[in-house]
Design a protein around this ligand. Sequence first.
Ligand SMILES: *[C@@H]1O[C@H](CO)[C@@H](O)[C@H](O)[C@H]1NC(C)=O
Ligand SMILES: *[C@@H]1O[C@H](CO)[C@@H](O)[C@H](O)[C@H]1NC(C)=O
Ligand SMILES: *[C@@H]1O[C@H](CO)[C@@H](O)[C@H](O)[C@H]1NC(C)=O
Ligand SMILES: *[C@@H]1O[C@H](CO)[C@@H](O)[C@H](O)[C@H]1NC(C)=O
Ligand SMILES: *[C@@H]1O[C@H](CO)[C@@H](O)[C@H](O)[C@H]1NC(C)=O
Ligand SMILES: *[C@@H]1O[C@H](CO)[C@@H](O)[C@H](O)[C@H]1NC(C)=O
Ligand SMILES: *[C@@H]1O[C@H](CO)[C@@H](O)[C@H](O)[C@H]1NC(C)=O
Ligand SMILES: *[C@@H]1O[C@H](CO)[C@@H](O)[C@H](O)[C@H]1NC(C)=O
Ligand SMILES: *[C@@H]1O[C@H](CO)[C@@H](O)[C@H](O)[C@H]1NC(C)=O
Ligand SMILES: CC(=O)N[C@H]1CO[C@H](CO)[C@@H](O)[C@@H]1O
Length: 710
Amino acid sequence: MENLVALVVILLLLLLLGSLTLTMGDSGFETEVTYDGRSLIIDGHRRILFSGSIHYPRSTPQMWPALIAKAKEGGLEVIQTYVFWNLHEPQIGQYDFSGRYDLVRFVKEIQAQGLYVCLRIGPYIESEWTYGGFPFWLHDIPGIVYRTDNEPFKMYMQNFTTKIVSMMQSEGLYASQGGPIILSQIENEYQNVEKAFGEDGSQYVEWAAKMALGLKTGVPWVMCKQTDAPDPVINTCNGMKCGETFTGPNSPNKPALWTENWTSFYQVYGGEAYIRSAEDIAFHVTLFIARKNGSYVNYYMYHGGTNLGRTTSAYVITSYYDQAPLDEYGLLRQPKWGHLRELHAAIKSCSTTLLEGKQSIFSLGQRQEGYVFEEEGKCVAFLVNNDDVNMFDVQFRNRSYKLPPKSISILPYCQNVTFNTATVNTKSNRRVISPIQTFSSADKWEQFQDVIPNFDQISLISNTLLEQMNVTKHKSDYLWYTLRFENNFSCSEPILNIQSAAHVTHAFADNTYLGGAHGNHDVKSFTTEVPLTLNKGTNNISILSVMVGFPDSGAFLERRFAGLTTVEIQCSEGSFDLTNSTWGYQVGLLGEKLQIYEPSSNAVQWGPLGNTSNQNLIWFKTSFDRAKGDEGVALNLESMGKGEVWVNGQSIGRYWISFHHSKDQPSQILYHVPGSFLKDTENVLVLFEEEGGNPLHISLNTVTTTNTDD
Ligand SMILES: *[C@@H]1O[C@H](CO)[C@@H](O)[C@H](O)[C@H]1NC(C)=O
Ligand SMILES: *[C@@H]1O[C@H](CO)[C@@H](O)[C@H](O)[C@H]1NC(C)=O
Ligand SMILES: *[C@@H]1O[C@H](CO)[C@@H](O)[C@H](O)[C@H]1NC(C)=O
Ligand SMILES: *[C@@H]1O[C@H](CO)[C@@H](O)[C@H](O)[C@H]1NC(C)=O
Ligand SMILES: *[C@@H]1O[C@H](CO)[C@@H](O)[C@H](O)[C@H]1NC(C)=O
Ligand SMILES: *[C@@H]1O[C@H](CO)[C@@H](O)[C@H](O)[C@H]1NC(C)=O
Ligand SMILES: *[C@@H]1O[C@H](CO)[C@@H](O)[C@H](O)[C@H]1NC(C)=O
Ligand SMILES: *[C@@H]1O[C@H](CO)[C@@H](O)[C@H](O)[C@H]1NC(C)=O
Ligand SMILES: *[C@@H]1O[C@H](CO)[C@@H](O)[C@H](O)[C@H]1NC(C)=O
Ligand SMILES: CC(=O)N[C@H]1CO[C@H](CO)[C@@H](O)[C@@H]1O
């Protein structure tokens, strides 16, 4: 309570300061944001708020206005986003807030449409984002241990957090200044790793809360999945079923807020789409409001978007939460969007009674229960059927109601059902993919074979296998391990055996491809075993180790190991361990170094398209004119293997078609090209292909939706 008083005092001071220095936001009116045990209180009013995550770098500034408008129309009042440290501070002290990274523009766009913002600064964010959002230079700060009571880490975390808060303040973007930001988050799901740090972990939580409060944003802070969040920071729930799992606010003065209600789940290469039904989401949102007195629900994600470039964490596909109410392309996903919109309207029609009323709970059957909120003759009821299979008739206030299986009926006046979570009135739609451009004529393509480096051409040498992330510094997915091997003994039926803790291995000897293998999201290390032919004398062995994103979670991220761990030549006579031989290293591919994906590049001689089967490490290039009037266009890359793709010099991400899931299908074949990446004519398409895919069957498609009964 004392802290709350302090907060109010700080707030008042800020308001005073705000009006003195004229740093008020566009509206010119300061908004007071506080909270009590029931909800956030905005300008003196308790509020039930529906919120949705839209991450600004996962779409483009050209897409933001329409995405936000569709979120508003879907009944949301708040847009939630993380802040992406590694985009904003790629080198220490060098900041980038341009283009897709323009956080201020994003927040102002939300403000312009009259919505609020929940700003999750972290700055550790996880978010299936490479390295959990940390810039890799943090790794090389002497003595650093991330996310614990460690001076160097705390210094850089405070530095970046301060940078973001000051930036928002100087633009007048906090509600306390008349801006749209009503909540900020510090750290992220820290409780998942806290134990690993012992006493230092709890001290760090205290420090992080104090540090955040010291920035005097004038609006409340939250910590998600942190049951012991220090006062006045609010502990919030993340998960799919917070109506069942949330243990509640850690103080009677704090409201029940749900910062991540997963509308689906992220997908990895080798994995299948996770479909969460509109009915299931609606059930759990309503249960959270009815049973847990929930007053803030955020959909994670409301629009997932696209992991452009090399921004994903390990193995994650580029299409992010495509199953969200707004799909990857920003199109309404029905009936999800419409069903949730009706739910929001039903709740809002009775939110005053919910917020001011007294909750009572009663049993309606073995697996059925009722929640009633009453106040001065007004009344709202939720009738819950937890039975997954059976419809149930309940009696409530002398009337009978049929409750469909696993559903909740909302009765805004305790009489008539205005919404049932399992009764979907919205029509379904389905996605329509229409080819507008094919690339089937070979003479429109050019190719360039990347160079397999040999030991002699290498400058970085080490007498052991080096950790991959520490060598590449995230500048490339690719690290070459090369070796010169003197064959002066007898070895029959030689086999090259490679253990790797990275993601993909391709092995070459004397410029010939021997074979490769890959791991997966859940098993961190794998073996590549390929036969090889040994020359008498010198053999050049070159192994390309590939990462598909850096890890994003867990304690001691700074100590993670990736790359090759042992290399052996196994013969019938015995085996030769090459692990501690003299290895030469090359970071990245030649084509990357020369940036041959840039449209203006003339760094290499491109040749005609050759026989593409059985060829590895090939760059392909072509150009095309833009099809008219299309925002959502997608490349169908089904005929390709694995690699990365650029349009007009901008990477739209890594593709990986050859990695099939358990039903023997690729995890993702369509790759989003944002409309703003395209020009009217002469768009340059470049692909780097590791495995010998065939570019002649690529197509460019529009993505639209149609009602399922059309
Ligand atoms: C952050 O660190 C940089 C140096 O790396 C320094 O110039 C800057 O003033 C610091 N910012 C804050 C807010 O501490
Ligand atoms: C909800 O609020 C009521 C007061 O209206 C309180 O009695 C009850 O314990 C709260 N329920 C939860 C789960 O916090
Ligand atoms: C329900 O009916 C009983 C008698 O059948 C009556 O006493 C009671 O007041 C009624 N309750 C309501 C809420 O109408
Ligand atoms: C409930 O529905 C009945 C019948 O449609 C109607 O007469 C009544 O006014 C409704 N009650 C409320 C509170 O809307
Ligand atoms: C990372 O590489 C540097 C040399 O660039 C080396 O000094 C350091 O020990 C390496 N750190 C780890 C953790 O491997
Ligand atoms: C084979 O070559 C290695 C150097 O690569 C040398 O150390 C070793 O003594 C040689 N063995 C024989 C039997 O010549
Ligand atoms: C191995 O690489 C060196 C340096 O590039 C080259 O001179 C030599 O011919 C290669 N050996 C074989 C067998 O390809
Ligand atoms: C390689 O060297 C490291 C020490 O640098 C040692 O721990 C390891 O056992 C060696 N591996 C082999 C296979 O000799
Ligand atoms: C390409 O090469 C493969 C084997 O290397 C061969 O079977 C195929 O006929 C060749 N195709 C063309 C078009 O040359
Ligand atoms: C807190 C919570 O509800 N977590 C659940 C979120 O959903 C995943 C996947 O269904 C579950 O494994 C978690 O228990």
